[in-house]
Design a protein. Structure first.
Length: 195
């Protein structure tokens, strides 16, 4: 598939290790260099601000989607190609998904994980056929990846659904994995045998 627009989920903070900031900047630059529009949460704080600033500085197109209620807390970015202010969190996630061909999670906290998992479950249910990726900076997502494999081993997630989530520590490699990804249509696992 070709990628025209990629949604990035990431922390509203920068974390304790400078490698997270460096990875966010590298991803923003790589998206811009490949002519891929960045869609993200619209804030100027944390890794959100870093990825957006890097993409803009590299001549990329950046669209931010921010709820009115968070415009102050997350400092709605005033230097983007476009900042859309929406009614709430649900509208934000729906709009980010609508505008994007794929999703990437940088390191982040609960909000990042929530956004990633919700859009992944939408894919599992067949609401979309768009790939997802983890930018696994400094093994940030290794433990989560092992746990996700465990969900497959234990019969709660199907392997093709697990495979929707790619992983690399390199932005360019991750984008290539997303481009190469082929959707397999498999129904969500429902155990219909009454207990
Ligand atoms: P965090 O990873 O917790 O630093 O949050 C990263 C981003 O996720 C911030 O822009 C938060 O506003 C956003 N966020 C937090 N909770 C949610 C949620 N329930 N749904 C969607 N976005 C969220």
């Amino acid at each position: 598939m070709s990628l025209r627009s990629v949604c990035v989920f990431c922390g509203a903070s920068t974390g304790t290790n400078p490698v997270y900031r460096e990875a966010a900047a590298a991803l923003g630059e790589t998206l811009a260099a490949n002519g891929i529009r960045l869609v993200y949460g619209g804030g100027a704080v944390g890794l959100m601000g870093v990825v957006a600033d890097a993409a803009m500085a590299a001549g990329g197109e950046v669209v931010g989607i921010i709820p009115q209620s968070l415009k102050d807390a997350e400092v709605g970015h005033s230097g983007l190609t476009r900042l859309e202010v929406v009614d709430g969190m649900h509208a934000r996630k729906a709009r980010m998904a609508e505008l994007s061909d794929a999703f990437i999670a940088l390191p982040g906290g609960l909000g990042t994980l929530e956004e990633l998992f919700e859009v992944w479950t939408w894919g599992q249910l067949g609401y979309h056929r768009k790939p997802l990726g983890l930018l696994d900076v400094d093994h940030f997502y290794s433990k989560l990846s092992h746990f996700l494999d465990h969900l497959v081993d234990e019969g709660f997630v199907r392997a093709p659904h697990r495979a929707m989530l790619q992983r690399s520590d390199c932005p360019a490699t991750l984008l290539q994995l997303l481009v190469n990804w082929q959707p397999t249509v498999v129904a969500k696992w429902h155990d219909r045998t009454p207990s």
